[in-house]
Design a protein. Structure first.
Length: 135
């Protein structure tokens, strides 16, 4: 049986939430247990404000790089997950993608860090492999 232990010491059976068995040595955990949400750090810049700037750093939106600008807010590897748009259903582009180096992210892509950067690679592959239509 699978159980989840909470910080207050309580335990809840989560057997009905487990979609499949994992390899020996692995354990199920919540997304928020191994990730850090950095959405509060992202900032949109209007197209008009991006017009007359030097095009140095990548500017990301829900479906990947959409422009370049002259400043950056991140300088690390993060997992970006598109949060809206038709692409969530059509999948014409990846929903999750990795960004590295110096870049800017607008408010249409979630910015996810992890307790171990290798987890970001796995999460990227997993999120692009599953259906998100019910979510």
């Amino acid at each position: 049986m699978h159980y989840e232990k909470f910080t207050d010491g309580t335990v809840k059976c989560i057997e009905d939430e487990i979609p499949f068995e994992v390899p020996e040595g692995w354990a199920w955990c919540r997304f928020s247990t191994i990730t850090v949400n950095k959405d509060a750090e992202r900032k949109p810049i209007s197209l008009a404000n991006r017009q007359d700037v030097k095009k140095i750093y990548d500017y990301y939106g829900a479906s990947g790089k959409i422009d370049k600008i002259d400043e950056f807010i991140f300088n690390e590897k993060l997992l970006l997950i598109g949060e809206d748009g038709a692409n969530l259903v059509t999948r014409s582009k990846p929903i999750a993608f990795l960004a590295e180096g110096k870049y800017w992210v607008n408010n249409h892509a979630h910015c996810i860090d992890a307790t171990n950067k290798f987890i970001l690679d796995y999460l990227c592959i997993y999120l692009n492999a599953i259906s998100l239509e019910n979510m």
